[in-house]
Write a protein that binds this ligand. Structure first.
Ligand SMILES: *Cc1c(COP(=O)(O)O)cnc(C)c1O
Length: 417
């Protein structure tokens, strides 16, 4: 079985992979089957009753997905995980497992666009009150959290504001108010930062991004440290799960109550692609993050660039927190920068040759997007600005290509602006 002493770079490849399993295949097989057959009624009954482990039906569990669940848990310090068809499914599952109508959550306001819409529109419609606060302003969080707060939610590196909150501080605040801290660690990845080791209780990931690394498949995961004790007066509907599953109560509730019934299953083929991608996560992140620092410094010096927002730059308001929290290992590989006008941004996009213009991030290829005119087009101008989006802003996901070629592409495209 998996050797727990392995370093991250080894465990990301070999974790949850047992020699001799899977007919000695070296990659997890794709169990492309809607259901699993049983010889006897007694056996199926035992699996349904939870007395015996087993696979019943793909929407419930799948052996390929279980490999990813185990590997992610092991890498992140989690007790167990549920993988989902997308990052959004993971976020929705993580929240709805805890909240119902009348409940209140506090979230950082530096949010991935769909997470913002999920909180603002969908969860609000379900009767859940979402208070948004400046992600990196601990005092603002303190003012917003009340004894009624059921969870705190934050992104390790806010997309698109590129702000970095103090995870330990937020975890302490959450626990003082007997609430769990949920962290979306998509942009940092488990290679850069492990929020569960800094006090966070629950992680969500979009595996679509750096974990997959090739833009080949969508996917998500909810991972639980198994530490939060769900006090009964505040979380009465956890009682049954605690009684049955102990410290696996939350992940069992994610799975049994939300994942299965909402049908947020990930196809095992998607999982297979993600597992292959993850083999090179450590190598890719090293290059991604090194390239991002070069790109940020290049843009910072460029006469046509008005501003650059990247936590790796010493002038970023999040630099000190990011440096301390990430141990100097890196600052992620997403950044934003500003040109003179919206038209200049469009000119830049028209002229890039190497950099792909598309809506994604965390691909090994370098990517650019103008969020004001694309992802946020349906938002009011005011709401776009509140979300940190301005007409002069371009977002770059720095890839792992040769840095000379990336900078050359920036240079030639900026010359035509
Ligand atoms: C992309 C992303 C999501 C949503 O993930 P999908 O796989 O696209 O559903 C959530 N959070 C962050 C930070 C993301 O970048």
């Amino acid at each position: 079985m998996t050797d727990v002493r392995w370093k991250f770079d080894t465990a990301v490849i070999h974790g949850a992979q047992a020699p001799g399993e899977w007919k000695s295949a070296t990659l997890a097989p794709i169990y492309q089957t809607a259901s699993h057959r049983f010889d006897t009624a007694e056996e199926l009954s035992d699996v349904f009753a939870g007395k015996k482990a087993g696979f019943i039906y793909q929407r419930l569990r799948n052996p390929t997905n279980q490999v990813l669940e185990k590997r992610l848990s092991q890498l992140t310090g989690g007790l167990d995980a549920v993988v989902t068809g997308s990052g959004m499914a993971a976020i929705n599952n993580a929240v709805l497992t805890i909240c119902q109508a009348g409940d209140e959550i506090v979230s950082g306001n530096s949010l991935f666009m769909s997470t913002f819409l999920l909180f603002q529109n969908v969860h609000r419609k379900l009767g859940i009150t979402v208070k948004l606060v400046e992600s990196a302003d601990l005092a603002a969080w303190k003012a917003a959290v009340t004894p009624k707060t059921k969870l705190l939610f934050v992104e390790t590196i806010g997309n698109p504001k590129m702000d970095v909150p103090d995870i330990r501080g937020l975890a302490d605040l959450a626990h003082a108010n007997r609430a769990p801290l949920i962290v979306d660690n998509t942009l940092a990845t488990p290679y850069l930062f492990l929020p569960l080791a800094h006090g966070a209780d629950i992680l969500v990931y979009s595996t679509t991004k750096y974990l997959n690394g090739h833009g080949a498949a969508t996917g998500g995961a909810v991972i639980d440290a198994g530490r939060f004790d769900w006090p009964e007066d505040k979380y009465p509907d956890f009682a049954l799960f605690k009684e049955r599953k102990g410290n696996l109560a939350y992940i069992d509730k994610v799975w049994r109550e939300i994942h299965i019934n909402f049908g947020t299953t990930q196809s095992p083929f998607q999982t297979y692609l993600t597992l292959i991608g993850m083999d090179t996560l450590a190598l890719r992140m090293e290059r991604h993050m090194r390239n991002a620092i070069h790109v940020a410094e290049f843009l910072d010096r460029h006469p046509k660039v008005k501003w650059v927002n990247f936590p790796g730059l010493a002038k970023s308001p999040s630099h000190a927190t990011a440096k301390a929290q990430f141990g100097g290992k890196g600052y992620g590989a997403l950044l934003t920068f500003g040109l003179e006008t919206e038209k200049a941004c469009f000119d830049f996009i028209r002229n890039v040759k190497l950099i792909y213009h598309l809506a994604n991030l965390g691909d090994c290829k370098s990517l650019v997007i103008h969020p004001w005119s694309s992802q946020y087009i349906s938002f009011t101008e005011e709401s776009r600005r509140e979300n940190g989006i301005t007409p002069d802003l371009l977002r770059i996901s720095v890839g792992i290509e040769a840095i000379e070629d990336i900078l050359e592409d920036f240079d030639q495209a900026l010359r035509k602006v």
